[in-house]
Design a protein around this ligand. Structure first.
Ligand SMILES: [Zn+2]
Length: 254
């Protein structure tokens, strides 16, 4: 299985529009971060987790040729705002399967009514196939089982996903022991770490490192990074040897 980091930035991306912050001005390509998303492939299968406002650019840069489905973590705009740009995939493939919590499907139905409605559709509007994700009910994509991981982003429920020995968790602030128990024996964990300072709805670095210490995956990649976290190279130097700061267009094999 291959995991391609399409984006690793927090909601505004890096650089932030109009910002003169030194990280926003950095010339290191690893300091340029689009909104968080990963592209997962194996054999003939091709899935993305989330579909943020940078989706079009991410699909072009990664040269993604098809999307068998989109797994949504939650409804926030930095994870969903690019949904209209599934059109080229819809034209080639037909209805695109979208996997999400019922609440997220309802939210997207409101915000993208022209995509979700079935009658009097504008010709050229894309269509999706809705698949509700329910906690404690693993589901199948291609020939693989996905285990939903139920976490909290402040007060908002968010799904993380485990596929084989890979787990992707973003926008986590709290996680119960029952959900932690689903995460042992991982080869690769992706977890959000916003910055050094604490934040109300996101893990900071210290919380992410404590979580990693508890789960003990073989390797961990940090994502959903804010510009105020610092330069990629500087953060990387401060981390334990099996923990890495993810960066856009990084591809790993599991
Ligand atoms: Zn987010």
């Amino acid at each position: 299985m291959k995991v391609y980091f399409l984006g690793t930035g927090t909601s505004q991306g890096i650089p932030v529009i109009g910002s003169n912050h030194s990280v926003c001005k950095s010339i290191d390509p690893k300091d340029k971060r689009l909104r968080v998303s990963v592209w997962i492939t194996w054999e003939n299968a091709s899935y993305v987790i989330d579909c943020g406002p940078d989706f079009r650019q991410q699909m072009l840069t990664s040269n993604c040729q098809k999307v068998d489905g989109i797994l949504f973590t939650h409804e926030h705009a930095d994870h969903t705002a690019g949904l209209d740009d599934i059109r080229p995939f819809f034209f080639k493939q037909g209805d695109i399967p979208v996997f999400a919590h019922r609440r997220v499907l309802d939210n997207l139905t409101k915000r993208f009514d022209y995509i979700f409605e079935n009658e009097n559709k504008y010709p050229g509007a894309p269509s999706v196939q809705q698949i509700e994700v329910v906690n404690n009910q693993p589901f199948t994509i291609g020939n693989k089982t996905v285990i939903p991981i139920d976490v909290l982003h402040g007060n908002l429920q968010v799904f993380g996903y485990r596929i084989d020995d890979f787990a992707y968790l973003t926008d986590v602030k709290t996680i119960s022991q029952t959900e932690i128990d689903k995460l042992f024996g991982l080869k690769v964990l992706v977890i959000n770490a916003l910055r050094i300072e604490p934040h109300d709805t996101h893990f900071n670095l210290e919380e992410a490192l404590q979580f990693i210490e508890m789960i003990k995956p073989e390797r961990t990649y940090l994502t959903h990074i804010s510009h105020i976290f610092g330069f990629h190279a500087e953060i990387q130097k401060s981390l334990p040897e099996n923990v890495f700061v993810a960066y856009d267009n990084l591809e790993i094999t599991i």
